[in-house]
Design a protein around this ligand. Sequence first.
Ligand SMILES: [Ca+2]
Length: 479
Amino acid sequence: MISSIKTIAILFIGLFFACESAESKKIKPSNLNDKPNIIIILTDDQGYADVGFNGSKDILTPNIDKIAEHGVVFSNGYVSHPYCSPSRAGLMTGRYQQRFGHEHNVPYAPKDSTMGTSKNEVFLSKKLKEAGYSTCAIGKWHLGDHPSFLPPERGFDHWFGFSGGNMNYWGYPYSKNKTMHIQRNGKNVDPKELTYLTDDFTDEALSYITQHKKDPFFMYLSYNAPHSPDHATKKYLKKTEHIEYGSRSVYGAMIAGVDAGVGKIDSLLKTLGLRENTIIIFLSDNGGRLDGANNGHFRGHKGMLFEGGIRVPFAISWPSQLPQGTTYNQPITSLDIFGTCLAAAEIKADKKQPLDGKNLLPYLNQNNKEAPHEALFWRVANGQEYAVRKGTYKLIRSAYKNKTMLFDLSKDEMELNDISLQKPEILQELETRYQQWNNELAAPKWTDAHMQNVRKEETNVQNIRIKSLSKKERENIKL
Ligand SMILES: [Ca+2]
């Protein structure tokens, strides 16, 4: 009898939770209101030196610089891939994206339920939502176009943006057969309601913050600026009329749009009294694009594993908890965002999905003086290109240059002097470390045009160089 009562009770409780499962996720723990809001502001193809906090003198970013002023700048802040979609897959999962086959840009395939970030992977948004956070994604997605891969399926309560990797800034239907629209929670938005996407994304962010000022919220604000196409407004072009190089002038105007948005968000958070306990993380998804961007003294650009392709403008601010106006110099990665946000929200990581990223809070608070990572790894095009950074050394296998090189970044941040012949033991050690890591990875699930682009671009660059020579020198050159 007792056991049958127990069974009934268990069944009842089970039924109760089954009925309440959707609702129960919204029940807030007593201390939920103390949890920080988290805003990730991701830009697209912005160069390392195209923010004031990394020394930009022509493109001014006074509002983005406030994040640095009230937080920590990462001087050695990396992303896990030199271009868009794989870099975002790493950021959202806290894991090297090659572990689950997301090694290339996902093709635009809105009808294909296999083309997107593996459904086995748990996104940061999902973890935060389960812990009671309100969650919101705004802007570019690029992690799969089929509805089963879109933000609502990955832990976001609210979504406003576009699924693919590229969009005109007026929000007109785009990509193959003009099927890609700006969407709000699964419904296409009429382009007539839109103004300029950067401003529209900012407005959506402001509205969400206002509506959720009493919740802890997580916002993934993924501006497509300053990615192509080069679209700007008169207001933002005014900010860069002093830049006498057309392409950079427009690129700078697109960044000015983001900076204006960051300023409005910062002001609203202050007005609502939320800024002190809000974490803002700012970074670019990869190095500066080929045309118009400035990666400072770093070699290369978006697409390359030289520093210019993977070291990005990167800063974190949490005024109530982290130091302000400081720089952290140890190498860190966008994969660390996941673990850092979980720790800030006091959420345990999932043992079934071991993170490659670390919780950076103890390092930023100076409690831990060690380097967060013994080594960082990159793999592109199924190993046709790869890189390892360990300490100050960096090994790079470049398909552009068709060779393997070793640099000591403490003496040579520009990656000018290949020391692979002088330091064969270091070269070998880093090669071995790469192979060990590589053995843990999956095969790419799909491919993209990266290798064709590499060959085309390198040929173009070398042809321009050769053309500059006298006939005599040209005849003697070997590529
Ligand atoms: Ca990008």
